[in-house]
Design a protein around this ligand. Structure first.
Ligand code: MOS
Length: 757
């Protein structure tokens, strides 16, 4: 069994590599988007609607306009033209809230921008925004929690294109459920959750004639360039987006929000750079959140534990404006073998800001529901929950009828159970004790899609022995700078400290979105091809430059390894460093470009490509004081080859921490009176912090998945959050006897616990 790597090797691939950008970050010299300052720069602060449903009747800007330092108060009448954008092909033109800001007087959610104050200082702009008087014609907002599907057609348009509401179907799920000897029919609810990256969103816009430059912390700079070009009626070459560092995003920074065109429009009207940074409160209103979901899961099984029917019917909320699709069924149709299955969804409109992708979108709430149902079925059947999963392991992806590229789910379960000590589990509720506390043990499985986005990259070999790799992707804190350096070092033999990495700028070769856990898998073939092409160029230089040892050779006689060129027949022992050859030829550098195609969303894939994993959780329960804590987590992940086990482990640990928050703490609550997210700050919106997090144990299986790329790397950003909430709620049930089917688990849910110590 090839378990966790860390074998010492000369190759930087698979080696624990500290972040190459770490020193810049800890010394405060890394420039995040809002750290860029320009002469004459002005500050913009939006005016937020304080109703969630109605119309702006009157905007009184007179007092605000007269305040010192104020340059303008923009609104519908004076912001200038902002166009809509449209979805293109591939990964182009993606935008969740399409309505240009200030497009009409209708207010559809609390916090919608209705005016914009621009001033010489942030303080003056904030004062002016607060001084704008707004009169509304207001109606009661609909922020109802109970979700019933709206009357939508069978095929709907979503942010990413058309979707069938009947997502997947095989056999006859209804009939098989009706005749199943064992049945489970439960509904699971996940609340709205809000992304809380430490770095706030914001944009700084600068115009130079018809050229627009935007500094923005984007997870997808090329998409942002395309959307902004459409909104200002420009060719996309006229827009440049720069994102050097991102203080995390969790999906909230994937697609442009309405503050971006507002900053650009204000800068256009005033002829000055304009900076607009959101407040934490605005982040809860106008920059996305994970949609609330209500998911009914019906399972039919034999008494031996073989699934005969699976139905997953879910509804999620969305705003009045968007078509964002929360794909809770993402993993349902392939995760287990079942002959009869139906996955179907509906949507419910509410007076809230648009939901959006949040770490593991769809699959994370989806797997909470389906994995919880599996755990409940196991209890009903009195079968060990690991065994129930083993009994229903599929041989192929039964939804598509194609093989998995690489699936080692059973090995994840086996290793996880062994590391956790699962065989010592006593199934009776409240039966396990440790240190005077009641223990609860639970587990759940995980899956997340693996694929590539299109990617282009360039690699230079330079005459000082350094290399530069460039790719217009982003590092959202996950370690992309370091991964690109490792890839370039692997191919060129240049040590990591002599590799320069350029990313986060649309003037670079077009790189992939930092999303869907796909950036790493996507850049591997592009960087490798670019390096190969740079080396090809070098070999031609070697054979055509007088005075080199290779002067009379053909490029095909030569090879390149570990930074040296040598004659194949002689072997790599001698060889000439590439820097020497370049100097001899009077070249500063040779360069190569490489690209790879998108596999994500392929119409007829040959393989079903996913990552897999599982979590085993121990909670402690003190009924006397109703204290519940997550005490121990063992996670096993099958995500192909792990390029950087240090960064990889960070990703899984971070996701498990977020999963503890998802299970026990996080929820965004909307005020039924005015529709406002009530807990829109980090004091009232509770996320898991150090004190909530126990020792986390992470194991990677290390099976390269060569369907994805030469190294066999899939992705690790999201899978750690899949399934963890179901494992925690199962452990909670095991400790307390209380089934919580609406997240997060609240102390008051547990006060009915029958388990007294
Ligand atoms: Mo992730 S939700 O694709 O940033």
């Amino acid at each position: 069994m090839p378990t966790t790597q860390e074998t010492p090797t000369a190759s930087p691939i698979g080696r624990k590599t500290p972040r190459i950008d770490g020193p810049l970050k800890v010394s405060g010299t890394a420039q995040y988007a809002s750290d860029f300052h320009f002469p004459g720069m002005l500050y913009a602060v939006p005016v937020e609607a304080t109703i969630a449903n109605g119309r702006v009747e009157k905007l009184d800007t007179a007092a605000a306009e007269k305040m010192p330092g104020v340059r303008a108060i923009f609104h519908r009448a004076n912001i200038g033209k902002i166009f809509r954008s449209a979805l293109g092909n591939g990964m182009e033109g993606i935008c969740i809230e399409r309505r240009p800001p200030f497009d009409d007087d209708v207010v559809r959610y609390y916090g919608q921008y209705i005016a914009l104050a621009v001033a010489d200082t942030f303080e003056a702009a904030k004062g002016a925004a607060d001084a704008v008087r707004v009169t509304y014609d207001k109606n009661k907002p609909n922020v109802e929690n109970d979700l019933k599907a709206d009357d939508d057609p069978a095929v709907i348009e979503t942010t990413y294109g058309p979707e069938h509401r009947l997502e997947s179907e095989r056999g006859d799920a209804d009939a098989a459920f009706a005749s199943a000897p064992v049945k489970l029919d439960q509904t699971y609810v996940t609340p709205a959750e809000t992304h809380n990256p430490i770095e706030l969103q914001g944009a700084t816009a600068i115009w130079d004639g018809s050229m627009l430059t935007l500094y923005e912390e984007s997870q997808a700079i090329f998409n942002m360039r395309g959307v902004l070009a459409q909104m200002f009626g420009l060719p996309k070459e006229n827009v440049r987006v720069i994102t050097k560092f991102v203080g995390s995003g969790f999906g909230s920074k994937l697609w442009p929000w309405t503050h971006c065109p507002l900053a650009a429009a204000a800068a256009r009207q005033l002829g000055k750079p304009v900076k607009l940074v959101l407040s934490r409160k605005m982040m809860f209103q106008t920059a996305g959140h994970r949609a609330r979901t209500q998911q009914r899961v019906r399972l039919g099984a034999t008494p031996e534990g073989k699934l005969v029917s699976l139905q997953h019917d879910y509804v999620y909320h969305r705003s009045m404006l968007d078509d964002y699709h929360e794909n809770c069924g993402e993993a349902t149709a392939f995760q287990y073998s079942v002959p009869n299955l139906r996955v179907k969804f509906g949507r419910a409109k509410r007076n809230i800001g648009s939901p959006s992708d949040m770490r593991g979108p769809g699959a994370v709430p989806g797997l909470y529901a389906t994995e919880s149902a599996m755990n409940e079925l196991a209890d009903q059947l009195k079968i060990d929950p690991v065994r129930l999963r083993v009994l229903n392991e599929p041989k192929i992806d039964e939804s598509l009828g194609i093989p998995f590229s690489s699936r080692h789910y059973l090995e994840c379960l086996e290793l996880g159970a062994e590391k956790f000590g699962w065989s010592k589990r006593k199934p009776e509720v409240g039966s396990m004790k440790g240190d005077g506390l009641t223990l609860g043990w639970g587990m759940a499985g995980a899956a997340w899609v693996a694929a590539r986005f299109a990617a282009e990259a360039s690699v230079e070999l330079r005459n000082d022995g350094t290399t530069r790799v460039a790719c217009g992707t982003q590092d959202i804190g996950t370690g992309t700078y370091t991964i690109l350096a490792q890839l370039a070092s692997e191919k060129t033999g240049v040590p990591l400290d002599k590799v320069e990495v350029a990313l986060g700028d649309t003037s670079l070769p077009e790189g992939p979105v930092s999303g869907g856990s796909m950036a790493t898998a996507s850049v591997v073939p592009a960087v490798f091809a670019a390096a190969d092409n740079a080396i090809t160029s070098l070999l031609t230089v070697a054979t055509t430059t007088p005075g080199t040892p290779f002067e009379k050779r053909q490029p095909t006689d030569l090879a390149f390894e570990a930074g040296r060129v040598f004659v194949k027949a002689d072997g790599p022992a001698g060889g000439t460093p590439f820097a020497d050859l370049l100097k001899r030829a009077n070249l500063r550098l040779v360069t190569g470009s490489g690209k790879s195609e998108m596999t994500f969303g392929e119409k007829k894939p040959k393989f079903s490509t996913h990552s897999f994993g599982c979590h085993f959780v121990e909670v402690t329960w003190q009924p006397e004081i109703a204290r519940l804590r997550v005490n121990r987590v063992v996670t096993v992940i099958d995500a192909g080859r792990i390029i950087n086990p240090l960064a990889g482990r960070n990703q899984i640990e971070g996701a498990v921490v977020m999963g503890i928050g998802m299970a026990l703490l996080e929820h965004t609550t909307y005020d039924p009176q005015n529709g406002a997210p009530i807990n829109s700050n980090l004091a009232d919106y509770i996320v898991a912090v150090n004190a909530d997090v126990p020792k986390l144990e992470v194991h990677f299986l290390d099976y390269p998945d060569k369907v994805l790329n030469q190294l066999g790397a899939r992705g690790i950003g999201e899978i750690g959050l899949a399934g963890i909430a179901a494992a925690i709620t199962a452990a909670v049930h095991h400790a307390t006897g209380v089934r919580v089917r609406e997240l997060p688990v609240k102390i008051e849910d547990l006060l009915t616990s029958s388990v007294l110590s």
